[in-house]
Design a protein around this ligand. Sequence first.
Ligand code: SAH
Length: 214
Amino acid sequence: MADTLLQQRLRHEVMDRIAGRYAISDEVILAMKSVPRHLFVSEDQRHAAYLDEPLPIASGQTISQITTVALQTGLLKMEKGDKVLEIGTGSGYQAAILCELGFRVYSMERHKKLYLAAKENLLALGYGDVVLVYGDGFNGLPQYAPFNGILVTCGAPKIPEKLVDQLVIGGKMVVPIGEKLQEMVVVEKTGETGYTTTGEGFFRFVPMLKGTVK
Ligand code: SAH
């Protein structure tokens, strides 16, 4: 799977533009410069991989716009070695970025087809350490909890309480909340049951849906 000099250059350029426009840490920009986004989309989308746009993937889902991924990853503010759960594996692109940041990554996907494709692709690209689970993200992964951070990459109708339960105290969840338009909400767990929320702007995500699809 090729990563040509042109693709590398386009990737660096788009990340430099985003770094110039938003306050995103160098670590996140660097991690994103090393993940070949074009290898997470189908061949007919590769030409558009370094445009800052959402792109279609299988099962009617989308890989988020590059800026959205950068902002959302930046909001997590985790440390190397932290345990992070992603809800919505999709292509596996975001999971690869979390890996590059040195986190211990778990990711859930409700579409079996996407789960299987992401598993194969992440392994082929050297991200075999990610623990991928086919299942409903509303339930989280109690068997692997607690997590330092949870990143939800689909729009939840409201704060998923079971996921808050699976955070360490002091842990953080970044989750887009809303129906048509979602507000990016940072949830910080302050005690056994308490948490604070902060709004971080509006985005558009595919919906977080209950159950799994075979
Ligand atoms: N992070 C992905 C973007 C995927 S889009 C990437 O980097 O490519 C959001 C994904 O969330 C979709 O694949 C969708 O199927 C998945 N999703 C929606 N509801 C879910 C749920 N309840 N549990 C797990 N995944 C879910």
